[in-house]
Design a protein around this ligand. Structure first.
Ligand SMILES: [Zn+2]
Length: 358
């Protein structure tokens, strides 16, 4: 009997330990020791700014243990960064690879760890997307217009104090990636009905819950309780990533709103908004197509400070229309509302106008 390879079975891989709280970066040494007695050489992948902020904190936590820490800086989320890091590590392979920073450092480190077959530990310093705890990575230079699968992080350490010091815009972007689960889950339900695709109710509900918590909390009016807010958002992002682990794919977290975001990168190029900001804009429009309460989605985004119009992202009317029309062709294996309602230039324009995105 084969366990893997059958369409009715899939393997679920979860993070083994998740530590969340203020100043838990100071516990990094004991956290790693509890994970494995075999960790000695650590590769820490990070960005320049994060390194200057937290290197001494990390090192004072590691000093009581027998770790060797080698630090690697990433400047961009491209495959060439992945390759040059791998080259740098290959002669002295680390026992574990830590991704310390925003989405870029976490994604690059996750990909390098996957290629080098080493355990990966996720240490986010901004709550900007759900890749924190999932096996998925978004890296430019891969010949696919969407995220690819690597390994699930062995562990996640989320210091809410560090996270609270990140630029506010990154947190708003994380909320955009969370509200997206409303339409992603609807797309999955639709695929079950229309194409008989496998649908995991538990994974779908968990992803939906992570969006619901954010919408319930922020769709009314803005709360100003930063520490609690950050904890709620980071826990929701981690839960969404775990939903992907349960599903064995990004299905519960990524539907037509993500395809729209990828299409923007094709149509307009890179540099127009953050991942979660583009996805949030897409969610407003896909919610309308699904017949959901799109105004509640828009209110939530507005209340967390995320963009709700093309203009705020530097995009024009044509960018939005072309992206809406292109999106359904980017990933033929992923059935979404855009396969059911096939938009042309005119209907795409109507849709974007009707929800005031343009
Ligand atoms: Zn996403």
């Amino acid at each position: 009997m084969t366990i893997l390879g059958s369409s009715s079975t899939h393997l679920m891989e979860f993070p083994r330990k998740i530590l969340i709280g203020p100043n838990v970066i100071q516990d990094l040494g004991s956290f790693l020791t509890a994970l494995s007695e075999n960790f000695s050489n650590l590769a820490i992948v990070t960005g320049r700014t994060v390194k200057s902020r937290v290197q001494s904190l990390c090192q004072s936590s590691l000093i009581n243990f027998t770790f060797n820490d080698a630090w690697y800086i990433v400047d961009d989320a491209t495959m060439s960064s992945v390759r040059s890091l791998e080259k740098g590590m290959i002669s002295n392979l680390p026992d574990a690879i830590l991704g310390l920073g925003g989405g870029r450092s976490v994604d690059i480190a996750k990909m390098v760890a996957f290629d080098l077959r080493k355990p990966f530990i996720s240490i986010p310093t901004s709550a900007s997307h759900d890749g924190i705890s999932s096996p998925f990575v978004s890296i430019r230079g891969i010949d696919k217009p969407f995220s690819v699968q690597a390994n699930t992080p062995l562990a996640v350490l989320a210091d809410t104090h560090l996270l609270s010091e990140a630029p506010k815009r990154l947190l708003s972007s994380g909320c955009g990636d969370l509200v997206a689960k409303v339409t992603a889950v609807k797309d999955w339900e639709l695929a079950r009905e229309e194409t008989n695709e496998y649908y995991g109710a538990y994974a779908a509900n968990l992803a939906f819950l992570s969006a619901k918590i954010i919408i319930d909390k922020f769709s009314g009016e803005r709360h100003e309780d930063t520490q609690n807010e950050i904890r709620t958002i980071i826990e929701a992002l981690i839960s969404a990533g775990v939903a992907s682990c349960i599903a064995g794919s990004s299905r519960p977290c990524s539907g037509a709103e993500h395809l729209f975001s990828h299409a923007i990168e094709y149509v307009a190029g890179h540099g127009y908004g953050l991942h979660g900001e583009r996805v949030g804009l897409g969610t407003i429009m896909m919610a309308k197509l699904h017949g959901l309460d799109w105004e509640k989605v828009a209110d939530t985004l507005r209340n967390v400070g995320a963009p709700t119009t093309a203009k705020e992202l530097g995009l024009n009317e044509q960018h939005i229309v072309s992206s809406l029309v292109l999106a359904r062709s980017l990933r033929p294996d992923r059935y979404t509302i855009l396969n059911k309602i096939k938009l042309d230039n005119l209907s795409a324009l109507d849709l974007a106008r009707s929800v005031s995105v343009i």
